[in-house]
Ligand binder design. Structure first.
Ligand SMILES: C[S@@+](CC[C@H](N)C(=O)[O-])C[C@H]1O[C@@H](n2cnc3c(N)ncnc32)[C@H](O)[C@@H]1O
Length: 471
């Protein structure tokens, strides 16, 4: 007989629900840990490592194979070994199916071992694997990344593994290192993990859920939606006044502009830049450099065609995929785009890392009260169609909201006010100003229907500054 307690279905359900609460707690903690991992600083790789691969000599930069992220699995396979480590082999049995999906997430995964290439090739053939596996024989790579130990190190009895001095039974050790290559071709070491964490990290990222790998780290987010490239959506959105030169007449425009610092000589990033009005304006106001990032091909195409500037560059990519070096920008702006991003906390942690000390973040986002409306249209109206009140529902339940806006299924993410503000504080940013814009008399004279915009907030504009002493 099993030694477990046998209970009724009802009691089992109760126990299962209690355990589910603990599982959810664990998931939230893991999400938080992932956000912290993504916000870690990077180190530039100054050494040139040259590996022996199936097509000859390749550098670490070559291994990216045209992608921006590289995961190196440090496979335990030393010179003269008859076969590779069994645990690494178990893991590697899952790699071939996953590399395709990782490639779609802008990630290349390779294995690296100190064994000579002919030894690697023979074992790879025996195992029937196809993924790229190169030899680091004759390089410092394995020693520098603490996965191979010299005889002298072993003789001393303790080696430097998993960020501590410890005894280790083998000259080779397992691990996983992550690298990023920027637009100039510079390579950065962003993350390494060893021992028990190394294998689950590969499984989380490779075996279990390939779409969850972003910037080479493991996350648990859905892929971002690109609704602005949907023809029906775009047809509607492009008729809005804010789409063209009328962007200065948008309701929140004066509030947003009032929070911007003097941009002369500053390096600026605009997240969700749309057709580039703000990015172009900042370049014209003397910013040293402006980078506008947007997921939409249509928006970026229009921005490039209509709002180019010698100091302004547009990058077509999701905010979720954007990656820059630490202290890369003095000002990060984002106008009405952050509510499209699922992982707000992760994003502000990354922004904090990209900001120079004293650097400023100014963003606008749809207001939580606006976003978590109880019914699709928003206003509850009287028989004559006049707005009576604005119903808010499920305020505390953060996450995805789908709405009809020009088309069905437009995805936005609701966060409570405290989450939005505490996210900034947690990222080491000091909140300097919070504005809930409402129309003034002039705006109402221009748009009489905006009188109702005074009855509930539509958006939130925040200015926060990175502490001078932040890491
Ligand atoms: C409401 S528009 C705002 C555009 C511009 N910032 C403005 O204020 O006029 C939102 C923009 O965010 C972009 N966007 C939405 N989700 C995105 C994502 N995940 N990554 C990058 N851009 C995104 C859209 O393509 C669109 O251009």
């Amino acid at each position: 007989m099993p030694s477990h307690t046998i209970v009724s279905k009802e009691q089992w359900l109760e126990a299962r629900k209690a355990h589910l609460a603990r599982e959810k707690e664990f998931t939230r903690l893991r999400d938080q840990l992932s956000a912290e991992r993504r916000a870690m600083p990077w180190v530039k790789v100054d050494k040139t490592y040259v590996f022996e691969g199936p097509k000859g000599k390749v550098t670490l930069a070559d291994l990216f194979d045209g992608r921006r992220q590289l995961i190196v699995y440090h496979f335990m396979f030393g010179p003269g070994w008859e076969q590779g480590c069994p645990s690494c082999s178990f893991l590697s049995d899952h790699i071939d199916g996953a590399v395709v999906h990782l490639a779609h997430r802008d990630v290349t995964l390779v294995a690296v071992s100190r064994a000579p290439l002919r030894q690697i090739d023979a074992f790879k053939k025996r195992m029937g694997w196809r993924f790229t596996w190169v030899s680091s024989s004759g390089t410092d790579f394995n020693v520098d990344f603490h996965v191979s130990f010299t005889k002298e190190q072993m003789a001393k009895g303790a080696v430097d593994y998993n960020f501590a001095r410890r005894e280790f039974p083998s000259e080779e050790a397992p691990g996983l290192s992550v690298f990023y290559k920027d637009e100039h071709g510079d390579v950065f070491h962003t993350y390494s993990t060893y021992a028990r964490r190394g294998r689950p990290a590969v499984h989380d990222g490779v075996g279990a859920s390939p779409r969850s790998v972003r910037r080479g780290r493991v996350t648990a987010e859905p892929p971002p939606q690109n609704i602005y490239d949907d023809p029906a959506f775009f047809a509607g959105y492009s008729r809005l006044e804010r789409f063209g030169p009328g962007w200065t007449r948008a309701l929140e425009h004066p509030s947003f502009m009032a929070l911007l610092p003097d941009v002369a000589g500053r390096r600026v990033l605009d997240l969700g830049c749309g057709v580039g009005q703000l990015a172009h304006h900042l370049a014209e106001r003397g910013a040293a450099e402006v980078i506008g990032v947007d997921i939409s091909e249509r928006m970026i195409a229009l921005a490039s065609a209509e709002r180019s500037h010698p100091r302004l560059r547009y990058l077509r990519m999701a905010i979720e995929q954007a990656a820059f070096g630490p202290r890369r920008f003095d000002l990060v702006v984002s106008s009405l785009a952050i509510h499209y991003v699922a992982d707000y906390h992760g994003l502000v942690q990354r922004i904090a890392c990209w900001l120079s000390p004293g650097g400023i973040l100014v963003y606008s986002t749809e207001h939580p009260v606006y976003l978590t409306r109880a019914c699709a249209e928003g206003w509850i109206r009287d028989a004559a169609g006049q707005p009576l009140h604005w119903p808010v529902n499920a305020y505390a339940d953060e996450g995805l909201r789908e709405e009809h806006w020009f088309t069905d299924g437009v995805q936005k993410y609701h966060r409570t006010l405290s989450s939005l503000l505490n996210g900034l504080i947690d990222a080491g940013l000091a909140i300097e100003r919070v504005v809930e814009p409402v129309p003034d008399e002039q705006q109402i004279a221009r748009h009489p229907e905006w009188i109702h915009e005074r009855r509930r907030p539509f958006c939130l504009v925040v200015r926060a500054r990175k502490q001078v002493k932040s890491p």
